[in-house]
Design a protein around this ligand. Structure first.
Ligand SMILES: NC(=O)c1ccc[n+]([C@@H]2O[C@H](COP(=O)([O-])OP(=O)(O)OC[C@H]3O[C@@H](n4cnc5c(N)ncnc54)[C@H](OP(=O)(O)O)[C@@H]3O)[C@@H](O)[C@H]2O)c1
Length: 243
């Protein structure tokens, strides 16, 4: 199947990480669908992708973080694109540094877990059946290394939330060892930003996007975690396939 025949659903595709992935996928000739709760983010995304590929981008307003919302938008999605062959999930938030745990509320922890874990779980549950049984299909999770350690003082809930997503991805690998769909995870252990907001040690979201798009295109690995610590890793780990 050529890239032009593949339709990638980018969950979180309007976000910082997701938009780099969406642009790279479109540049490789894939058709891409993006759902966001916020139409203005979708408009911004349409303005961001290469004009020549814009016709291959489908944008839909919806909420993939609620069971009802995800079912409704799945219906609309399938009506407009026909089928989905690949899914990339980069749901969550870019950064959280609200303070140490004793200063926090249960409500804040709820929000963090809802954003990083619940949305990832709900959308996986609703959309995975579209790709699950086909070895030519892929499902790729983008996760953060923040789940393995406290990045700096005051970022504890980011660690808790990111760790829950890491655990969820591990559970999927172990619960579904034989699933035909190619199930992979890119674990990014650095900050990610667009070129105009880069800080030392950060990855450009376009470079990360290109690596993720290559992984989707290749579809030759499954149940694999690709750790990314630097721009060099993107090339070595993903583009050249050395783990
Ligand atoms: N940014 C970084 O530095 C970095 C570094 C390492 C790893 N990561 C990974 O990348 C993920 C995304 O980061 P990002 O910087 O792209 O964040 P972002 O710009 O805030 O985008 C996050 C996306 O998640 C969606 N989302 C959040 N909560 C949701 C909910 N409750 N229901 C449905 N959708 C929800 C948002 O959808 P709407 O469009 O509907 O608002 C948005 O599109 C992180 O969670 C992390 O795993 C990021």
């Amino acid at each position: 199947m050529s890239n032009a025949d593949r339709v990638v659903l980018a969950l979180g595709g309007a976000g910082t990480v997701g938009s780099g992935i969406v642009k790279a996928l479109l540049d490789k000739g894939f058709k891409v669908a993006v759902i966001s709760r916020d139409n203005s983010r979708l408009e911004k995304l349409r303005g961001f992708v290469s004009p020549s590929s814009r016709d291959n981008l489908t944008t839909l307003v919806g909420n993939v973080g609620s069971e009802e919302g995800a079912e409704v938008v799945k219906h609309t999605l399938l009506k407009s694109v026909g089928k989905v062959t690949d899914i990339v999930s980069s749901l969550g938030f870019s950064w959280w540094q609200g303070g140490p745990p004793h200063t926090q509320t249960l409500k804040e922890l709820h929000w963090v877990i809802e954003t990083l874990l619940f949305s990832t779980f709900v959308s996986w549950k609703v959309f995975f059946p579209l790709v699950r049984d086909d070895p030519n299909c892929t499902y790729t999770f983008i996760t953060g290394g923040a789940g393995e350690k406290l990045l700096m003082p005051g970022t504890g809930f980011l660690t808790v939330g990111a760790a829950s997503t890491l655990a969820f991805c591990q559970v999927l690998r172990e619960e579904y060892p034989e699933v035909p769909c190619k199930l992979n995870q890119v674990k990014v252990n650095t900050g990610v930003a667009p070129p105009e907001r880069m800080a030392p040690g950060y990855l450009n979201h376009l470079d990360l996007g290109e690596a993720v798009a290559t992984l989707v295109e290749r579809k030759n690995t499954t149940h694999t975690v690709f750790p990314v610590n630097s721009a060099a890793d993107l090339k070595n780990v993903i583009l050249e396939g050395n783990i």
